[in-house]
Write a protein that binds this ligand. Structure first.
Ligand code: ADP
Ligand code: MG
Length: 937
């Protein structure tokens, strides 16, 4: 009906002239000028009405003038129509750049698309992402932006946002944590001065007495919006200033707005109320919703009263969101419901309709409750879990009390969404109440299972809940089996009570086989195989069964699947190529299918393989990738698991402090959750770190504790958490021979049962170390050589090098100085080649004892360049020419080199360099620089 063009005269977003705020404006100016300096953010914080949006708008204009591509969103408090409202706004004019905006896409896929879009735009010009009222940004948009911000670095992308001080969350983008150091800045807006307030209220009143102005300042606390509302309530002149009792002013912003609303024309009320219930709306929508009134005329009137504004896109919003919430709040409950009922009838979007339906009734209604449950599911599928929780809460509220089954289902979903939305405390409270309310039986068992999943950080309580669920499951065999399966993983793998875990898993597998549910069979078989293998009695046939099921039905959605576990088992057994093949395939599979939730697990395990193979830098890179992904998935558990491997890689690479910090985080998480295997892992890596630092006493303490814990838990596979061989080494080297021998015997038994080539090699090395500590050098050397060649044959290079290192020490003790020096040089070079800095230092120390000077072969860069040319057969004159120095200087350098390396001739130097005993520092000369030896200059 209403195709009139928009008449001019709406109160538009005319920029007001900014009063005061000189420092802040200068800071913003600097921010605008630094447009191409890589990713950064500026957040303007303060109370409602203090002037954030005013400054933000000015800055957005300045960026436009400076040639930025400006992407804007101004979320409203009740952002309902679209769960991705923020991103949709930002990319309004770039919709084709972000193809997954509307789709029910995986949050990570959306994050990637957003990142690609930002990078694409940033290639041609600086980008500004401008968010007004960041605290209301919808969670799905926030998540995608977090994904992108984590990865942006040198790209010219700036974020400029306003946020309310003290709102939760103040910054859903957590930019202070996400951005590189030094790229985040905030402006906190305080009150305006009296003089500045005077100029602000000058927009409303031409004259004002100093006394009234001071009253306004007192009451408003220097808040310009409040001051403006107070000035408006004076009625356009300096009303009560001259009255005897002075001025009676409303004492809160809400009260001031309320008082003013009383005096607006009654015709406006319906329009204002409709706008307040729609949160964000447009001229067109208002025309449709209010067909009987002249919306355009009313909008103009509302604009003149400073209540509504219409922007260039014909979107309508309150001049300040607080006014909208006051309008909404002052409606009677009945009027509010009638309004929502009307809006529900008109709403085309099913989510919007569900929202208005929820707000128009208090009467339980199974149809409405179901509609809301569906809306919740849709929102959750889009990753809008906060909105899902809201819908679900309404669906719970509106479920008829006599429909116990629906009530339970809706409540369980509500709890799940709240958990996903990061409100575990509320979720927990609701789950407790639900469990308390339900009668015993399978229904309560399901609630207990969900309640147990919430008890993520306290495995003991989680276990107790699952035990209750088991009782409640009663004769419901499939349910009982699934509870047992979960209980088995929890007890065995997470709590580390292997025997109890195995018992549950056996029963679960029996039920799964009887029920014939393949997915459940796969989980039970994999779990049982894993636990029995950890207990030192591998069950490969069970894992083969699980893998065959995986091939049949595909990878399970909630865990990494049997193939990854099989890869782990291969690693424990010493089969590096087998483990690598499985895990590389798992990584490739997860990556190609964009299942980034699986990827951290597979990457974690692949890193273990590379680390064992001595590809330390590669392992380190994989772990970084895994950690980043764990953060994207916002999965704290997998993150805390990765810390163990991260600590191990850092230990090997000699980054001791980083290793200790990561191990400590693993230790703390394990202790907090009662996750004993995590504690044993963390202690084993702390022990290895001490061992590689030469601190055998600390190593013995940490590794001894780790081994004790492993025994207590029933872990008896030396390859799974490889603490036992290291503990033997630490005890032997620190002089606790009895303890070392006792553990050696234990290792012998475990290695025989585990069927692991790695464990057998580790047993050889342990024998060698113990023999060495007892002074039986011949036996030591024999065992250590066997160990080194077994490890090398398997491809475990760090382990092999460690065996050679001890072999060198044994030879030295046996008085075979040259052979010792040769072995130690081999160990040192092997460690150096892998980047195992601490072990390299250990080996160099020993080498120095065996052949003083040979280890100190660390030549300066200048000496290295000369030595390299000597090794290629160049003469002193040729070297002098190539390096632009005099022959005398070359000779002086050579003298120093000989002294350092304790040698006397060019041929000795050449031999030390070619066999790697001397590591040259500095950049090697490219081949072309070297004079050819034959060329007789
Ligand atoms: N420095 C200023 N100069 C002029 N007017 C201001 C200033 N700061 C705030 N105002 C006015 O106060 C009101 C509230 O400001 P606004 O920026 O919307 O606050 P916020 O975004 O912090 O809630 C607006 O009408 C705005 O024009
Ligand atoms: Mg604002």
């Amino acid at each position: 009906m209403n195709n009139r063009p928009v008449s001019a005269g709406f109160e538009s977003l005319r920029a007001v002239e900014i009063v005061g705020r000189e420092t802040e404006q200068a800071q913003i100016g600097a921010f605008v000028d630094a447009g191409a300096d890589g990713v950064r953010a500026l957040v303007i914080r303060g109370d409602p009405g203090i002037g954030k949006t005013t400054l933000w708008q000015e800055a957005v204009q300045a960026c436009r003038r400076a040639g930025y591509e400006v992407l804007v969103t101004r979320p409203a408090e009740e952002e309902l129509s679209l769960a991705l409202a923020g991103l949709v706004d930002l990319f309004e004019h770039h919709a084709s750049d972000v193809p997954v905006l509307q789709a029910q896409a995986d949050p990570l896929v959306r994050g990637r698309a957003l990142l690609a879009a930002l990078r694409l735009i940033a290639e041609s010009r600086p980008v500004l992402v401008a968010v007004d009222d960041l605290q209301w940004l919808d969670s799905a948009s926030a998540r995608a932006l977090r994904y992108a911000l984590r990865r942006l670095d040198t790209e010219p992308v700036s974020v400029l946002a306003t946020t309310r001080l003290g709102s939760t969350p103040e910054d859903p983008l957590t930019m202070a944590d996400l951005l590189p150091p030094g790229r985040f800045d905030a402006i906190d807006l305080g009150p305006l001065s009296l003089a500045d307030l005077r100029r602000v209220v000058g927009r409303i009143v031409a004259t004002i007495s100093p006394r009234t102005l001071r009253r306004i300042q007192d009451v408003s606390g220097g808040n310009p919006l409040f001051a403006l509302e107070l000035a408006r309530s004076l009625g356009g002149d300096d009303g009560g200033a001259s009255s005897p009792g002075g001025l009676r002013l409303p004492d809160s912003m809400q009260a001031a707005i309320l008082r003013r609303l009383e005096s607006v024309p009654v015709d406006l009320v319906a329009l204002l109320e409709t706008a307040s219930a729609l949160a964000r709306t447009s001229v067109g929508e208002l025309r449709e919703t209010l067909p009987d009134v002249d919306v355009d005329a009313l909008l103009t009137l509302a604009g003149r009263h400073g209540l509504l504004v219409v922007d260039e896109e014909l979107e309508v919003r309150f001049s300040h969101p607080i006014i909208g919430s006051v309008v909404y709040g002052r409606m009677s409950p009945l009027a509010r419901r009638a309004l929502h009922a009307r809006l529900a009838r008109r709403a085309a979007d099913p989510d919007l309709r569900a929202h208005h339906l929820a707000l128009c009734t208090d009467e339980p209604d199974d149809e409405v409750a179901d509609l809301l449950a569906q809306a919740a599911q849709r929102a959750s599928d889009r990753g809008a879990v906060g909105l899902a929780a809201e819908f679900a809460e309404h669906s719970v509220r509106l479920t008829p009390p006599d429909d116990a089954d629906a009530a339970r289902r809706h409540a369980l979903h509500h709890i799940g969404y709240l958990t996903a939305a990061g409100e575990p405390v509320r979720a927990l409270g609701l789950a407790d109440r639900l469990v308390a309310r339900l009668p015993p039986g399978p229904g309560r068992a399901e609630a207990l299972v969900q309640r147990a999943q919430l008890e993520d950080d306290d495995l003991e309580t989680g276990e107790a809940l699952l035990v209750r669920a088991l009782q409640d499951a009663g004769a419901d065999a499939p349910l009982r089996g699934r509870v047992l399966d979960q209980l088995g993983w929890l007890r065995g793998i997470f709590r580390g009570d292997l025997m109890a875990g195995i018992e549950c898993a056996r029963e679960a597998l029996a039920v799964a086989d009887a029920v014939g549910d393949p997915e459940f069979q796969m989980s039970a078989a994999a779990g049982l195989s894993n636990m029995e293998t950890l207990a030192g009695m591998p069950r490969p046939e069970l894992m083969a069964k699980a893998v065959a099921l995986e091939d049949e039905i595909g990878r399970p959605p909630l865990w990494s699947g049997p193939r990854v576990l099989l890869g782990e088992q291969r690693l424990w057994a010493g089969d590096l190529p087998g483990a690598r093949a499985l895990l590389e395939a798992a990584v490739a599979d997860a990556a190609s299918r964009n299942h980034e939730r699986w990827l951290p697990y597979s990457l974690y395990d692949l890193a273990s393989v590379e680390s064992a193979a001595g590809n330390l830098v590669k392992a380190d890179g994989l772990l970084r990738q895994a950690l980043e992904l764990a953060r994207d998935c916002e999965d704290a558990h997998v993150e805390s698991w990765i810390f163990y491997r991260h600590a191990l890689a850092a230990t090997w690479l000699g980054r001791a402090e980083e290793a200790r910090a990561a191990a400590k985080r693993r230790l703390d998480a394990g202790t907090r959750r009662g996750e004993r295997p995590g504690i044993a892992r963390a202690r084993s890596v702390l022990g290895l770190l001490a061992l590689s630092e030469g601190d055998t006493a600390t190593a013995a303490r940490e590794l001894g504790e780790s081994v004790r814990l492993l025994d207590e838990m029933g872990f008896a596979h030396p390859g799974a958490i490889p603490a036992l061989p290291d503990a033997i080494e630490a005890f032997a080297l620190t002089g606790e021979g009895d303890a070392a021998r006792e553990l050696l015997e234990q290792l012998g038994g475990q290695a025989a049962r585990a069927g692991s080539a790695w464990a057998l090699a580790a047993l050889d090395r342990a024998h060698g170390v113990v023999a060495f500590a007892q002074g039986q050098t011949d036996a030591a050397v024999a065992s250590l050589r066997a160990a080194a060649s077994a490890f090398a044959g398997l491809g475990f290079r760090p382990d092999a090098a460690r065996a050679v290192l001890i072999e060198g020490r044994a030879l030295l003790r046996a008085g075979q100085r040259t052979a010792a020096a040769d072995a130690l040089a081999v160990a040192r070079d092997a460690f150096a080649a892998m980047g195992a800095a601490l072990w390299e230092a250990r080996a160099a120390e020993e080498l120095d004892r065996a052949a003083p000077g040979r280890a100190a072969g660390a030549l300066t860069p200048a000496e290295s360049r000369i030595a390299a040319l000597v090794a290629r057969g160049a003469k002193n004159r040729e070297i002098a020419q190539a390096l632009f120095m005099s022959v005398a200087t070359v000779e002086a350098h050579l003298t120093r080199i000989y002294r350092k390396l304790d040698i006397r001739s060019r041929s000795e130097l050449t031999r030390l360099i070619t066999d790697g005993s001397v590591v040259l520092s500095g950049r090697p000369l490219p081949d072309g620089d070297a004079p050819a030896p034959s060329q007789n200059v």
